[in-house]
Design a protein around this ligand. Structure first.
Ligand SMILES: Cc1cc2nc3c(=O)[nH]c(=O)nc-3n(C[C@H](O)[C@H](O)[C@H](O)COP(=O)(O)OP(=O)(O)OC[C@H]3O[C@@H](n4cnc5c(N)ncnc54)[C@H](O)[C@@H]3O)c2cc1C
Length: 393
């Protein structure tokens, strides 16, 4: 068993770290102070993404992406996760279900999105449908050659900068026919209801959208009618693994900042790192990061290597998301404590991370929903996927 990173992987990891240090972190203060970035900063950052080759890291080269496998995507996202303000969302990664688009849809949506000329946002959640997507009320009703969509979508991340939405709807209002529709935001009937404020500072917004009598043609169905859960599951698996990556990057930064602060800050005549109460908090942070990160690397390696079923990967991604996000929650809580009053100031990265990491236990399925997925796997197929170890062959 060789756990070492290859030279090309190490190089990619370093490039992602350099990008974070040179492009993303310098934007943190502006993002926090102005609750977002100026158009000039956005334009400069976009050019940087293209220049560094970090656009669409999750899509195939023939579609204009970078063609990185899950392991390499994780290495990149881990480094981006060090930045506050959700600046990791600046490098666009078109939703993975778009890889299943027809050639015509790829020409109209995926390929321009990979180039940074278009941007998507994924709209599943509704006022009455969160953890349970079968409660979705957005309907798509057949009308002549096309469809008419009606519904309201909540928390649509990056919906302000997206120019098309992937809308999860029930065909004929039937939960047995969940279907994803590609909806241009300028289609008549699409409107922003409101743009709520959230706990975190996020470089983009999460608007609520209304769809009222929105007419789309057959060419706007992504995949097949009734395939919506499958597509959305692919999206969840990828997003859950990348949440694991980003929370580990953020946790590592929180530990580094806390260690550095604890060595410099003196009280009672000595650096606070010399108090065992502080040292033990740092020790717990380090050990927990090591455990969660080891799991993240292993599962992403398995995903990249192949030979694992979609069901197994779905089950493993839930465990990664659960452990990494909950670890990050504990790590950042201690980081604020180590920083004392300074840890409560918005000008400190640990304060921002404290607010920002909270949502990682909620979105893309809450911690409770990840436990349900794991419990379901245990009941159906036993504990092997978690307690076993991948072998050769
Ligand atoms: C900042 C932000 C961005 C988001 N971005 C997007 C996006 O881009 N697209 C999108 O579609 N959605 C998005 N979401 C929505 C997010 O995925 C949901 O908020 C999440 O899935 C939980 O749904 P809910 O908020 O309706 O909570 P609910 O489902 O109402 O859950 C409330 C509580 O009940 C618990 N609960 C529910 N069911 C069970 C159960 N069976 N067993 C035990 N406990 C249970 C939950 O764990 C939670 O603690 C975003 C949310 C936020 C906050």
């Amino acid at each position: 068993m060789d756990l070492r990173l290859s030279a090309p992987d190490r190089e990619l990891q370093q490039r992602a770290r350099d990008f974070t240090e040179q492009v993303l972190i310098p934007l943190e203060d502006e993002c926090e102070e102005h609750d977002g970035l100026s158009p000039d900063s956005h334009a400069t950052a976009k050019q940087a993404v293209l220049g560094w080759g970090f656009n669409a890291i999750n899509h195939a080269v023939e579609d204009g992406g970078q063609g990185h496998d899950t392991f390499r995507q994780m290495l990149i996202e881990e480094q981006w996760g060090r930045a506050t303000g959700a600046l990791w969302d600046i490098p666009w990664r078109p939703s993975i279900p778009l890889a299943r688009a027809t050639e015509d849809q790829k020409d109209r949506y995926l390929r321009p999105a990979c180039r940074g000329e278009r941007r998507d946002a994924y709209a599943i959640t509704e006022a009455g449908a969160g953890s349970d997507p079968s409660m979705v009320e957005t309907s798509a009703v057949r009308d002549g050659e096309g469809w008419v969509l009606n519904g309201t979508k909540w928390h649509v991340t990056s919906g302000d900068v997206a120019d098309f939405l992937l809308v999860h709807a029930q065909v004929d209002g039937d939960p047995a026919k969940p279907t994803v529709f590609i909806v241009d935001k300028d289609t008549p009937g699409v409107s922003v209801v409101r743009t709520p404020k959230y706990m975190h500072t996020f470089v983009f917004e999460h608007p609520i959208f209304a769809l009222e009598g929105v007419r789309v043609g057959d060419g706007q169905v992504l995949g097949r009618v009734g395939e919506g859960y499958e597509l959305t599951k692919d999206w969840f698996v990828e997003e859950r693994l990348m949440i694991g990556a980003r929370t580990m990057g953020a946790s590592a930064r929180a530990l580094e900042l806390s260690l550095d602060f604890a060595k410099r800050r003196e009280q009672f005549g000595k650096p606070i790192v010399e108090f065992q109460a502080i040292e033990f908090m740092l020790a717990d942070m380090a050990a927990e990061i090591m455990a969660a990160k080891s799991m993240l690397y292993r599962v992403c390696w398995q995903a990249a290597r192949g030979g694992i079923s979609r069901k197994e990967l779905h089950a493993l991604a839930s465990a990664v998301k659960l452990l990494c996000s909950e670890t990050a929650g504990r790590v950042i809580d201690r980081a604020v404590q180590v920083h004392g009053g300074r840890g409560y100031m918005r000008e400190q990265p640990v304060e921002r991370l404290y607010r920002e990491l909270r949502v990682d236990r909620i979105w893309e399925g809450t911690s409770e929903i990840q436990r349900l997925v794991i419990g379901n796997e245990l009941r159906k197929r036993g504990p092997d996927v978690y307690t076993g170890w991948p072998a050769e062959g």
